[in-house]
Design a protein around this ligand. Structure first.
Ligand code: NAD
Length: 377
């Protein structure tokens, strides 16, 4: 099968998420990095793209130059990844969708709900794929949990408890470090700090595994380091359309926790637990029975978990391969297949609505609010 041409915006040298995209997109031979505007500094971006094998005429200085350059080519990129800081996602994603490109946008997809609604509309009108990188949902054992819920193995889901709490911004003496400070500055980060940064991964995963959507929420936000205008800790209670009760804690001051993303799903006939730091195992307990450890790569897992697992049982398979699973499904979708696990612009929009409604709830002392975007109520 012919390789697909792939372009990247952001994710330059030294960026946090850039390497995971490059490893992920190119892991399965589906995509080749053909074009890029990788850095906010044009010269650095051009030089770095060329060092990664991009032809000089497709190593662009900025995304506008890339849009103009790629739009006119017969071998234009089949997919554009947007891995720039949050405040730029909307205009770049919008421009590329309108010009007929497929887009994978980093989370959060936009800064406002209105922008999110617009991206969903443009994506629908263009007929192009607009995916959002909720990559944790592509771990094989997370897919296994979703299949277990779907096939009734834990019964109706009563309760989901999830955390995405780390301690990497817990040092008050480092709060003014420019790499940390912007995340709590509304001018750079928008209306929410930690919840928009990490909490939305947990909220998305709760919906993903339960096969249901968040309907209402009540939030308590705190800036535990007082110089921070935006929250560095949040507790969000939620209810899903089907009645599932949700509890979500997200924090960046939980010193001692490293990555700190985990989820527990409690159904009428069983419970399950998964942790990002131990992503190859799901702990499953049937009601009245013993806890079992289910391993990625073992026999008897769902087709979906087997499809997305490539390394033999007991060998580590981590974050870049979860990102690779997003690209596997993107490549299949671009080639015309349907992949129902792929996170879309609609998921990106739901997250933005949840973020803005959580801010409103926190300002109203935790009042319960409708978490859904206006167009999906
Ligand atoms: P970063 O600051 O480490 O890197 C950003 C990169 O984008 C840099 O190379 C910078 O030069 C480049 N850049 C900035 N503005 C640009 C522009 N206008 N045009 C081209 N390049 C530009 O940031 P990061 O931590 O890699 O985060 C980038 C995005 O990825 C954010 O939206 C973040 O929320 C998201 N992210 C997602 C995950 C995930 O798990 N899905 C993890 C980390 C980050």
């Amino acid at each position: 099968m012919a390789r697909l041409n792939w372009g990247m915006i952001g994710g330059g040298e030294g960026s946090q998420i850039g390497p995971a995209h490059r490893l992920g997109a190119q892991a399965d031979g589906n995509f080749v990095l053909a074009a890029g505007a990788l850095d906010h500094d044009a010269d650095r971006g051009r030089a770095y793209a060329q060092s990664l094998g991009v032809a000089p005429d497709r190593a662009y200085g900025d995304w506008q130059e890339m849009l103009a350059g790629e739009a006119g080519r017969e071998d234009r990129v089949d997919l554009v990844t947007v891995a720039t800081p949050n405040s730029t996602h909307f205009e770049i994603t919008k421009a590329f969708l309108e010009a007929g490109f497929n887009v994978l946008c980093e989370k959060p997809m936009t800064m406002t709900v209105e922008e999110g609604e617009e991206i969903v509309k443009i994506a629908k009108a263009s007929g192009k794929i607009c995916a959002v990188n909720y990559c944790y949902s592509a771990y094989p054992m997370v897919r296994e949990m979703r299949e277990m819920v779907r096939t009734g193995q834990v019964g109706r889901v009563r309760l989901i408890v999830t955390n995405f709490s780390h301690g990497h911004h817990g040092d008050a003496s480092d709060a003014d470090n420019p790499r940390v400070r912007w995340r709590y500055d509304p001018a750079m980060a928008g209306v929410s700090g930690q919840f928009a940064d990490c909490g939305i991964h947990a909220l998305h995963m709760a919906s993903f595994i339960a096969g249901d959507q968040v309907r209402t929420l009540s939030a308590d936000f705190a800036s535990t380091i007082p110089s921070r205008e935006l929250e560095d800790d949040a507790m969000v209670n939620f209810r899903m359309e089907g009645g599932t009760v949700g509890r979500l804690w997200t924090s960046s001051v939980a010193i001692g926790r490293q990555h700190g993303f985990d989820i527990q799903v409690f159904g009428e006939t069983g419970g399950m637990r998964w942790r990002s730091e131990e992503p190859n195992q799901v702990y499953y307990t049937p009601v009245g029975g013993r806890t079992q450890i289910m391993e990625k790569g073992e026999g008897g897992l769902s087709d979906e978990a087997a499809r997305l697992s490539r390394v033999a049982i007991a060998h580590p398979e981590g974050f870049p391969l979860a990102v690779a699973n997003i690209y596997v499904d993107l490549a299949a979708s671009i080639r015309g297949a349907r992949r129902d696990g792929l996170p879309t612009a609609e998921h990106g929009l739901r997250s933005m609505a949840a973020v803005h409604q959580a801010v409103a709830s926190a300002k109203a002392d935790g009042a319960w609010v409708d978490a859904r975007p206006p167009s999906l109520r």
